[in-house]
Design a protein around this ligand. Structure first.
Ligand code: GLC
Length: 551
């Protein structure tokens, strides 16, 4: 039997390089206190479930006090727990429980903006123009004689204007929701406060950080602001854009690195940086955050050449920075991959993410759930065998599909409210998990959940899947356990294969073949360790991945 070889002796300091990290969206994971909102005690009650997944780490999306204008990414206080989710002592107990189960803890840091309820923003509103309190944010005078026109015509990420008036002729920048004022990272006080936050959580035993909108902090806003059309026309890959991916952002992370490295083992970080590929290595460098998300597979077509190219490119990029790469198929911002893969190839590539289907309430185009799940299982097994870290999103281990038919009155995502009739937002991947088959919440808690769950959740509940050896949950459990045992040096060798098949071998002989095609292919020689769909004879079925070892 193959075994974990050269990595077994690696020190603690590199635990993250090939970690399986499970993203928990805490308000939708498990609700222990029966208020319809997931909480920290709920997560603690499911440590056994997390253990059985053989995870290396959990990444906790924001659990800080928040009005939930953007699902918790609008933070009122970076060094506390939302009272609806618990108190700091619950957080400490959760870290202890996870550590006792051999699982590390990564928390989300949201540095681009605070919420409008943060004490700094309240102070800024109560203070005059030109004050130190306003200097922590990005305030500008409006245009026109009485400042009634916005300083620029910019559009926010969630739709609608990106500048908001405060009533005295000044406006503030909020690149995201109006409740998320952008911080001014030229301000020393802002920088120092985040260093304090990083120490605060590191001191509480947090092992790493996921950095929200990591490419947005440094901004260069001159007296004369460009128009939205000017911004759109600017290149984004040369460090010169006024809002995105500026070179100076790395000065901020160099300071953070000194904090990370003052702990033993050093605290880790992973950048959410939507930047051009050649710009990723700086975020992932050891002098910077150390690792960066690679969303390329999430964006790739379900196609052998596309997948192989993405893997090659990202292994090369990781080698440039000396980091390991990261694989992501789903997260709390995108349509779940079991659904994306079940939708027909759109004529317009912009529709790839299934947004048109979401807009139709899940009616058009017709979703082929079975095919989507089959492909999702194959893609997940492929990803779990690649060199680097795998970031999984809660519910994908159940093969969950996106929930499309959430009534307007239940929707929460600001993207829905700011884009009437154009976007429905991201609530469909954030619906509370089904643990059992019973209403009111399929075991999520005792009260109706904060986002409504569809009837079909009963058929995919944990309680249904955990004793079924062919379920997606069983596949993930086996795959993650095997991955742990098989993990090896961060390399792969491509093997010859039919055009629709991608095949590679890891240094210890662990072999992987994925058939992207609609027809069966030949099963490579060797012993099958795991397959994403049932095998028949010496065939590798359509849209199926196998893990093998040489016999
Ligand atoms: C990131 C988060 C997303 C959030 C946005 C603003 O992209 O992943 O959920 O809405 O930042 O904080």
């Amino acid at each position: 039997m193959l075994s974990r070889d050269d990595v077994a002796s690696e020190s603690d300091a590199s635990w993250w390089r090939q970690a399986a990290v499970y993203q928990i969206y805490p308000r939708s994971f498990a609700d222990a206190d029966g208020d319809g909102l997931g909480d920290l005690a709920g997560i603690r009650s499911r440590i056994g479930y997390l253990s059985a997944l053989h995870l290396d780490a959990v990444w906790l999306s924001p659990f800080y006090p928040s009005a939930l204008a953007d699902g918790g990414y609008d933070v009122d206080d970076y060094r506390d727990v939302d009272p609806r989710l618990g108190i700091l002592a619950d957080f400490d107990a959760l870290v202890d429980d996870l550590h006792a189960a051999g699982i590390r803890m990564i928390v989300d840091i949201v540095p681009n903006h605070t919420s409008n309820r943060h004490e700094w923003f309240r102070e800024a509103l109560a203070s005059p123009r030109g004050s130190a309190a306003r200097a922590r944010y990005i305030f500008r005078d409006g245009r026109g004689p009485d400042g009634a026109e916005p300083p620029a015509d910019w559009t926010s990420a969630f739709g609608g204007p990106a500048w908001e008036p405060v009533g005295d002729g000044q406006w503030y920048l909020h690149y995201f929701a109006v409740e998320q004022p952008d911080l001014n990272w030229d301000n020393r006080e802002v920088r120092d406060d985040f260093l304090r936050t990083l120490r605060f959580w590191s001191d509480r035993g947090v092992d790493g950080f996921r950095i929200d909108v990591a490419h947005g902090l440094a901004k260069k806003l001159d007296e004369h602001l460009p128009s939205q059309a000017d911004l759109d026309a600017l290149p984004k890959g040369d460090g010169g854009h006024p809002l995105w991916d500026r070179d100076e952002v790395h000065d901020i992370y160099a300071e953070w690195r000194t904090v990370f490295d003052s702990y033993s083992p050093p605290r880790t970080a992973v950048a959410e940086a939507w930047v051009q590929s050649h710009r990723v290595p700086r975020y992932a460098s050891p002098e910077g955050l150390g690792q960066a998300f690679n969303f390329d597979l999430l964006e790739a077509d379900f196609d052998a050449d596309a997948f192989r190219r993405v893997v090659e490119d990202n292994l090369a990029l990781a080698a440039q920075s000396g980091s390991s790469t990261t694989w992501v198929l789903s997260n709390h911002d995108v349509v779940r991959h079991a659904t994306r893969y079940g939708l027909p190839e759109p004529a317009n590539p912009k529709e790839k993410h299934g947004y048109a289907w979401l807009m139709s309430g899940g009616v058009s185009p017709v979703l082929n759930r079975e095919r989507g799940l089959r492909r999702a299982r194959a893609a997940s097994l492929f990803v779990l065998a690649l060199p680097g870290s795998a970031y999984l999103y809660q519910g994908e281990e159940l093969g969950l599909q996106e929930v499309a038919d959430i009534p307007a009155e239940s929707r929460q995502d600001p993207a829905f409210f700011r884009n009437p009739g154009v976007e429905v937002g991201r609530d469909g991947c954030r619906v509370p998990l089904p643990w059992t088959t019973d209403r009111p919440s399929f075991g999520f808690g005792t009260a109706p959940p904060h986002l409504p769950q569809p009837d079909w959740f009963a058929s995919v509940a944990v309680s249904v899947q955990e004793h079924d050896p062919d379920s997606t949950l069983s596949l993930y459990r086996k795959a993650l356990e095997l991955r742990h045992r098989l993990q090896t040096a961060e390399q792969l060798e491509w093997l010859d294969s039919a055009p629709d098949v991608v095949r590679f071998r890891r240094p210890n002989g662990w072999e992987v073949a994925m058939n992207f095609g609609a027809e069966p292919a030949e099963l490579p020689a060797g012993t099958v360790l795991l397959a994403s769909s049932p095998l028949a004879g010496r065939q590798l079925p359509a849209e199926t991945t196998v893990w093998m070892q040489p016999s």
